[in-house]
Design a protein around this ligand. Structure first.
Ligand code: SF4
Length: 480
């Protein structure tokens, strides 16, 4: 049932990035970063930094007391008339949602945008069970029609042009779609409206879960989230356990950080709060509400002092927008719905380093993500720790790097730490490289070194370093 990737080869994925992707990504990310900078400036750096610190502290407090707040939330949801389910992993979460759907003979589902349901592959599980699932966020709707996943955690289809979307609508919906934004929105709106009215079930995620009242908070810019959670007779929300916030006061801090960091808005167009099903017959909304609380490796992440701050993420997307690697390749190269720096630290911990061990290396470690993160996650420290986990293993996982690379690295360390061996090795390399050398470069090297020379030539070994240094300093003295 699980739809998790078997192995993520970031390098290989980058080879398939369409040439138009970097330009489209940079155009959008520049706009978001500009908007963010403006709203932060209006607030003032001092206030902003204080908000970031408060956001960090309260998120850390929440995840360090997960047991307490999750049980509080469970009691509150149950008190409000909802049903709470606990899912250890992706498979169990999909099974629970499917079971709820089967009990109500659900045939058609409308879904609001939710990264956690992307993470667990819920759509695939439901479709495999014969249930039609329709994404209703415009970006998600477009990428679903195109048979793709989200290219960005906030704006899933931002890499597609109006022309491409119009062609997609013509092809998949059989309508006369002009390449004009408003008309394309109108077409999507008309198609989706009918679906909202006839769906048997609505599925959502939740940006936050307020422990004190058991309230799901949804932050969106389209009305679709509200339609999904109010029109169908049944609502299931899948929420990861790290989304918990203690109370409404904490929530206000996070809401101030989220929209500003994500899209440069003070507040998103829709911020919806849902606490159980309607309590009186006169109230509108689904008659039944289910909350699926998903772990999927998060309890394990919490046990790692070096990596637990991964769980502070509020999925604002700012680290993607500023990341030079993400801006060069876009989201699909990460091979997982959550991409960019936040995906590079989350995926290896959820999927394991044997599957996603390439992702912590998909970074220049420039630290821009640390600076922009609204909840001050030390992303580069976590990336470095995960690189160490891949190479050497730690108390969570054994090493994932191939034995040959690990042995080569160990031999390299010995050679670099033993002067006579280093001198001897340099001389041997100088002779051994002769057949490959062209004008001071090594354009082609045998495997595994050809992974470098496939992209660029390698500089030939000039000499043993000490000898090269002596020659150089002698030359400097002569020229003085
Ligand atoms: S890691 Fe920080 S910047 Fe990146 S998505 Fe999460 S909260 Fe936003």
């Amino acid at each position: 049932m699980s739809h998790a990737p078997a192995h993520i080869d970031f390098r290989d994925n980058t080879q398939r990035v369409p040439p138009t992707m970097p330009g489209a990504v940079q155009k959008a990310t520049t706009r978001f970063l500009g908007g963010r900078a403006t709203v932060v400036e209006i607030l003032g750096q001092e206030v902003w930094q204080a908000l970031r610190q408060a956001g960090h502290d309260l998120r850390l407090h929440a995840i360090m007391h997960l047991d307490h707040y999750l049980e509080q939330a469970e009691r509150a949801v149950t008190r409000a008339g909802g049903h709470v389910h606990w899912a250890r992993d992706a498979e169990e979460a999909c099974r629970i949602v499917l079971e709820i759907a089967r009990q109500h003979q659900v045939k058609r589902v409308v879904k609001s945008k939710s990264m956690v349901t992307e993470e667990i592959g819920l759509n695939h599980a439901m479709e495999a069970a014969g249930i039609r699932v329709l994404e209703t966020d415009l970006g998600e709707y477009i990428v679903q029609l195109a048979g793709l996943g989200p290219a960005h955690i906030v704006v899933p289809a931002f890499h597609l042009s109006k022309e491409e979307i119009a062609a997609l609508f013509r092809d998949k919906l059989g309508v006369d779609a002009p390449a004009e934004a408003q008309q394309l929105c109108q077409i999507a709106r008309q198609t989706l409206r009918e679906e909202f009215l006839t769906a048997d079930m609505g599925i959502s995620g939740g940006n936050f879960l307020v422990a004190e009242t058991g309230t799901i908070v949804m932050v969106t810019n389209e009305g679709n989230g509200r339609m999904c959670t109010t029109l169908p007779p049944l609502h299931a929300a899948v929420v990861a356990i790290d989304k918990i916030v203690p109370d409404w006061e904490s929530l206000t801090v996070l809401l101030k950080l989220l929209a500003r960091s994500a899209t440069g808005q003070k507040l998103s167009c829709y911020t919806s709060f849902m606490t159980g099903p309607p309590r009186a017959a006169a109230e509108t909304g689904p008659r039944e509400f289910h909350l699926v609380l998903l772990d999927n490796g998060r309890s394990r992440i919490l046990q790692s002092p070096e990596c637990r701050e991964t769980l502070l993420c509020i999925r604002c997307g700012a680290c993607l927008n500023i990341c030079p690697v993400y801006n060069s390749v876009g989201g699909y190269a990460y091979g997982w719905p959550i991409s960019g720096p936040t995906g590079a630290i989350l995926a290896p911990q959820i999927l394991g380093t044997k599957v996603a061990g390439a992702l912590p290396f998909a970074s220049t470690l420039c630290g821009a993500c640390n600076e922009i993160c609204p909840v001050k996650i030390p992303i580069t420290d976590i990336l470095l720790h995960l690189r160490h986990r891949v190479a050497e293993g730690d108390d969570q996982e054994g090493p994932a790097a191939p034995a040959m690379i690990r042995v080569s690295a160990k031999l390299g360390a010995v050679a670099l730490g033993t002067p006579w061996l280093y001198r001897f090795g340099s001389r041997v390399l100088k002779v051994a490289q002769a057949p490959f050398r062209r004008d001071g470069w090594l354009p082609r090297l045998p495997p595994p070194l050809n992974r470098w020379t496939r992209a660029r030539p390698f500089p030939a070994f000039a000499a043993e370093f000490r000898q090269w240094w002596r020659t150089r300093t002698r030359g400097d003295r002569r020229s003085r």
